[in-house]
Design a protein around this ligand. Structure first.
Ligand SMILES: Cc1cc2nc3c(=O)[nH]c(=O)nc-3n(C[C@H](O)[C@H](O)[C@H](O)COP(=O)(O)OP(=O)(O)OC[C@H]3O[C@@H](n4cnc5c(N)ncnc54)[C@H](O)[C@@H]3O)c2cc1C
Length: 461
């Protein structure tokens, strides 16, 4: 085989692309990954991972602030943001180094440069004039992710920044405005408010985390406000003017001035220079690539995964699609992916996680809806560990005991949700979750109690 001949070439090394490449290599394919920036994609370098590293510092600070209740006096505390940044960079380096190690271990070639698909089924790396062509005899997987999008009337630049830049501040700003109170916006607001930044959080819709269940949004807004930020719902940010030392804007009849304005209100597929037209790959009216259940695009020999295809823009969704694409290229049977059942997590405080339908969606879909709602304080662990305000809500269909959705807000919500996701994947309903023995004292007993509440026999409540 010539050096430039592969069975499978993946363009993009984020959680979609690198996982797809490893699975392809495991299935015996000679595999290469093309990356125009750095290994690990946006998730590891600029998005999920740096976000969680900074949030972890804010969480520790919150624990220190609450320590007196647990009998610990902490005399004076300061944030050394340079050290926070050092740790963020170290975490990124460790994880991206891990991906490089996995590439080496699986004999996957890492090719640096801008990748594009060509009309004749090859991948060109570099410019159209003097790029190098590589062949992929079995399949090409596009995993190029997404890029930030401005809100109408704005453009990025100067002090008007996206979420990735917000997680890479070299020093702490004094004042921050965050536009969009979805998962990313809520995380940024929650981290920086607790680190002492004056934060204004704006949402055009009527509640924060607007895609979550309404009960969860209500508690989330209360929790975010407790961190000292101002939250404005049903509010549009307009007339944004980027200045030398600050950025000004209007909201309603008020004027705002902050050090940075972060736009966290949507992303678009990164397909620039990818050669989609030349290769005959169809996109939909939102600019996302059209794929079938096995992640095949409209062009023979080309698959697409992750943020460039429809579905929730989440790292674990991208990875699972990568596995499906690689297995399909290898000729294996693939598993169907239920998009609504993919867990969704927001790592702000309070922690928020969900899967499936909200109560309102379940009603709208005509289900015979039953709801089990249990505060963390209903089980011993909530009181022992110091979070009685969290909530676990199960949405079910009474007819068959079906688990339609799970919604958790409070400590460790992002871990607790997985039990309900697993139960549903294994075709268990809420009556089954209600009868599984749970360890004591754990917050997961609350999940069991919420299932019992849905089944009509809540013990602790
Ligand atoms: C601030 C922020 C926080 C987030 N936090 C979370 C979280 O906590 N959990 C979660 O599940 N999701 C989170 N997400 C979403 C998550 O980052 C994405 O869903 C995920 O990165 C998508 O993975 P991907 O493989 O499709 O693309 P990406 O991670 O975007 O990787 C794509 C890669 O392709 C490369 N590329 C693009 N075009 C080309 C080309 N033509 N040639 C070569 N290389 C190319 C890019 O340089 C990039 O490295 C977050 C997103 C943001 C913005």
């Amino acid at each position: 085989m010539p050096e430039s001949a592969y069975d499978c070439i993946v363009i993009g090394s984020g959680p979609g692309g690198y996982v797809a490449a490893i699975r392809a290599a495991q299935l015996g394919m000679r595999t290469a990954v093309v990356e125009k920036d750095v290994v690990g994609g946006r998730c590891l370098n600029y998005a999920c991972i740096p976000a969680k590293a900074v949030l972890r510092t804010a969480d520790i600070l919150s624990e220190i602030d609450d320590a007196a209740e647990f009998g610990i006096d902490v005399a004076g505390r300061t944030v050394d943001f340079a050290k926070v940044n050092d740790r963020r960079k170290k975490v990124i380096k460790t994880l991206t180094g891990g991906v490089s190690g996995l590439f080496r271990g699986n004999k996957i070639d890492f090719i640096e440069g801008l990748g594009a698909v060509t009309g004749n089924g090859t991948v060109r790396v570099g410019s159209a004039k003097d790029g190098t062509e590589y062949t992929a005899s079995k399949g090409i997987i596009l995993a190029t992710g997404s890029v930030k999008k401005p809100i109408p009337g704005t453009q990025f630049g100067g002090r008007v920044i996206g979420t990735e830049e917000a997680w890479a501040f070299e020093s702490l700003p004094r004042r921050l405005a965050v536009v969009g109170a979805g998962a990313s916006g809520a995380e940024i607001a929650s981290a920086y408010a607790r680190l002492g930044v004056e934060v204004l959080l704006f949402e055009a819709l009527d509640r924060v985390l607007p895609t979550e269940d309404a009960d969860v949004s209500k508690l989330a807004e209360r929790g975010l406000k407790k961190q000292g930020m101002q939250v404005f719902t049903r509010t549009f940010v307009e007339n944004v003017r980027d200045g030398k030392d600050s950025v000004t804007f209007t909201y309603g009849d008020q004027q705002g001035e902050v050090d940075y304005l972060v736009i966290a209100a949507g992303r678009g597929a990164d397909v620039e220079g990818l050669g989609l037209d030349e290769a005959g790959v169809k996109v939909d009216d939102r600019g996302l690539l059209v794929v079938d259940g096995a992640m095949r695009t409209s062009a023979r020999g080309i698959w697409a995964i992750g943020d460039i295809v429809p579905g929730p823009a989440l790292a674990h969704k991208a990875s699972d699609e990568g596995i499906i694409a690689a297995e399909d290229i290898a000729g294996n049977e693939t598993h169907p992916l239920s998009y609504v059942d993919i867990p969704r997590a927001t790592f702000c405080t309070p922690n928020v996680a969900s899967f499936g339908l909200t109560e309102a969606q379940a009603k709208e879909a005509g289900h015979d809806v039953v709801v089990g709602r249990v505060p963390y304080g209903a089980v011993g662990a909530g009181t022992v560990y110091g979070d009685r305000t969290g909530l676990i809500k199960i949405v079910g269909d009474r007819r068959y005991g079906e688990l339609l959705g799970g919604h958790v807000i409070g400590a460790k919500a992002t871990e607790l949700i997985q039990e309900l996701v697993n139960a549903r994947a294994l075709e268990g309903g809420y009556p089954e979750v209600a009868r599984i023995v749970h360890g004591h004292p754990t917050l997961s007993e609350g999940v069991m109690e919420a299932a019992r509440a849905a089944d009509g026999w809540l013990i602790h409540g």
